[in-house]
Design a protein around this ligand. Structure first.
Ligand SMILES: [Cu+2]
Length: 130
């Protein structure tokens, strides 16, 4: 009987410890989130010569990204992130288009211009979600 009680109390301790660890864990996560801006603004420009500038962009996971796409080239361009199903309009020279999205999963997501031949000519890049 006393052995059973001991086992139960050990189990109780384990549960309390787990609850404590969980509380500390979530407190740490809350602090990290509070320290980050809720929205990240990113500008990517389509340059002459079939280039995105910058071609590599980093954003934090779980944060709303406001991506402004500008066309500083002479032809129409767009920006497509296939894995995220994010795509701007095809904008003419001097134009802009803004898309908003949130990526919860860290990883590297390729983006490209979908105007035929442009990605092959160099219009591709990577969005890194950290
Ligand atoms: Cu293009």
């Amino acid at each position: 009987m006393s052995r059973l009680l001991t086992d139960i109390s050990k189990q109780g301790m384990a549960i309390m410890l787990l609850a404590l660890v969980t509380m500390i864990g979530s407190a740490a996560v809350t602090t990290a989130v509070a320290g980050q801006p809720e929205t990240v603004r990113v500008t990517i420009t389509a340059q002459q010569g079939f280039q995105f500038q910058p071609a590599e962009v980093e954003v934090p996971a779980g944060t709303k990204v406001v991506l402004e796409f500008e066309n500083a080239g002479v032809m129409g361009h767009n920006l497509h992130i296939p894995e995220l199903d994010v795509m701007t309009k095809t904008i003419t020279a001097g134009g802009t288009d803004t898309v908003k999205f949130t990526v919860d999963e860290a990883g590297t997501y390729a983006f490209r211009c979908e105007v035929p031949g442009h990605a092959e000519a160099g219009m591709s890049g990577e969005l890194k979600v950290l």
